[in-house]
Design a binder for this molecule. Structure first.
Ligand code: NBP
Length: 496
């Protein structure tokens, strides 16, 4: 049952669902003989058939963990691509019995980073090395060049460096892979990548909503606009695929497919983890959080329909027609493009600051510019814009926020009038734009030298004696606010 000669393979891969099958074929196509294994045998046969059909690729199929492990050259590197959680533990248990000290397990799934850290310790007892490697790019990326985020044992990374550098997507400044750092850093970086992806998708959906609802644009017009945007500063995979989505007709009826899709967003958990981690680390990530909230609200389809009805009965009117009649479409399109770009900068600033906070906590020494570079190709958030992020961190590795990088700062200032017009139009017409609003509020909160937090401190001190600091000198102060206020009240009363 082998597609090519049975000499020992350079690497192994266990778990042949969508991602595993495609990554295995990619590795084989780059000239690295690979052994594959899957719990259910039929997927091994499927992969072997594809290896033959896709060019007699050097891939050998195995039906038992032992036979699989022994078919790999030492020190063995075995990639696992099974469902995250206990399937990974079960696969490790099945394989590690046959592995020897110095061999390495590489989990390529969307795993919670602490599970990776636990497994690093667990397999170390047998002398095995471990990597948690984020893989992004979906099916197509896995087959033709993903973005890879390996973290864990550096020695293990060196064992597979030649393979991953060839298998990853290639951009002008190198392959989209780098050693991320120790422990579960590879999984953590992939998790934040997914959180940023949530934000990007939400912001694009809001741009669509404003253009469609307030601007009255048709799907054909939207396709043209997204195509045009994809030739400028917004050039990215998500903008490109969005243009294509607007072009697809419904095969089962009249009209466009996008209009027939139920407005309920699914999710698998990495966005939630990102928001939880942001809260744990006291990092504000409102754009990413609002995109998660929107997914939750989208799930309440029946409740939303009932709410629409209840509020209509209570007198709610939607005057979208009136908005449209007074709108300058050309200007709206240009404003939305600028609002989308500026909102995106804020969202990435949040994701990058979350990564930095975790890096400090865990001493991972993450290189934020290098992370932006390996996201330039292969992955779902790939975009021309990431090169600018890379350069911002090259200019200043200790940049407090992307917002204060001189180039991004200038761009945001240039775009803020359009950004405010779009958010203002949406708010006044009841078109929800939680991502754009969150980004704009993040920007306005971060850039203001003085916030109303003084009042909150006073309230906290009044009801809880939490003390406060003063702007005109050091120290910690407490005031008897109620007593003083009463005194001043009686003073006022006496004056009257
Ligand atoms: P799935 O997440 O759908 O997992 C299916 C695979 O897990 C099959 O090979 C299945 O074997 C195996 N498996 C299960 Br389920 N339970 C098992 C167990 N107890 N022991 C051994 N094997 C078990 O596959 P996927 O969509 O290819 O994703 C793989 C990983 O990559 C996941 O962590 C996913 O989150 C991540 N990821 C996916 C994408 C994507 O676009 N799909 C993108 C990026 C990352 P069986 O055939 O015997 O049932």
């Amino acid at each position: 049952m082998e597609a090519t000669s049975p000499a020992l393979s350079r690497i192994g891969l266990a778990g042949l669902a969508v991602m595993g099958q495609n990554l295995a074929l990619n590795i084989a196509e780059k000239g690295f003989p690979i052994s594959v294994y899957n719990r259910t045998a039929s997927k091994v046969d499927e992969t072997l058939d594809r290896a033959v059909a896709e060019g007699q690729l050097p891939l050998s199929g195995h039906y038992s963990p032992r036979e699989f492990v022994l078919s790999i050259r030492r020190p063995r590197s075995v990639i696992i691509l099974v469902k995250a959680g206990s399937p990974v533990d079960q696969t490790i248990a099945a394989l590690s019995d046959h592995m020897e000290p110095g061999d390495c397990i590489i989990d390529g799934g969307n795993e919670w980073y602490e599970n990776t850290e636990r497994r690093i310790r667990q397999v170390a007892e047998k002398g095995l090395l471990y990597l948690g490697m984020g893989v992004s790019g979906g099916e197509d990326g896995a087959r033709h060049g993903p973005s890879l985020m390996p973290g864990g044992s550096y020695e293990a990374y060196l064992n597979i460096e030649d393979v991953v550098k060839k298998v990853a997507a290639q951009v002008e400044d190198g392959p989209c892979v780098t050693y991320i750092g120790e422990g579960g850093s590879g999984n953590f970086v992939k998790m934040v990548h997914n959180g940023i992806e949530y934000g990007d998708m939400q912001l694009i959906a809001e741009a669509y909503d404003v253009l469609k609802t307030a601007g009255g644009l048709s799907n054909a017009e939207l396709a043209d606009i997204f195509d045009e945007w994809n030739r400028g500063e917004l050039e990215s995979f998500l903008v490109e695929i969005t243009a294509n989505i607007f072009k697809v007709k419904d095969e089962h009826g009249n009209g466009d497919l996008v209009d027939k899709i139920l407005d309920k967003t699914g999710m698998k958990g990495t966005g939630k983890w990102t928001v939880q981690q942001a809260a744990e680390l006291s990092v504000a990530a409102p754009t990413i959080a609002s995109s998660l909230d929107c997914r939750y609200l989208s799930g309440l389809k029946e409740e939303r329909e009932a709410a629409a009805e209840a509020l209509k009965e209570a007198g709610m009117r939607e005057d979208v027609g009136a908005v449209r009649s007074g709108i300058d479409k050309k200007r709206l399109i240009d404003d939305v493009r600028q609002a989308l770009y500026a909102s995106k900068i804020c969202s990435y600033a949040q994701g990058m600051n979350l990564l930095r906070a975790k890096s400090v906590e865990k001493e991972w020494n993450l290189n934020l510019g290098e992370l932006a570079r390996i996201w330039k190709g292969g992955c779902i958030i790939r975009a021309v814009f990431l090169d600018r992020i890379k350069r911002a961190y090259l200019r200043n590795p200790n940049l407090a926020s992307l917002i204060v990088d001189p180039e991004f700062a200038r761009e945001m200032v240039q775009r803020q009038a359009a950004w405010r017009r779009v958010v203002g139009l949406a708010v006044s017409n009841g078109i929800s734009t939680p991502g754009m609003c969150a980004s704009l509020n993040y920007f306005d909160t971060y850039r203001r030298a003085r916030l109303p937090a003084n009042l909150i401190q006073a309230q906290r001190d009044l009801f809880g004696a939490h003390t406060y600091e003063r702007i005109d000198g050091p120290g910690s102060f407490h005031t008897e606010w109620t007593k003083l206020a009463q005194k001043s009240n009686s003073g006022v009363a006496a004056l009257n």
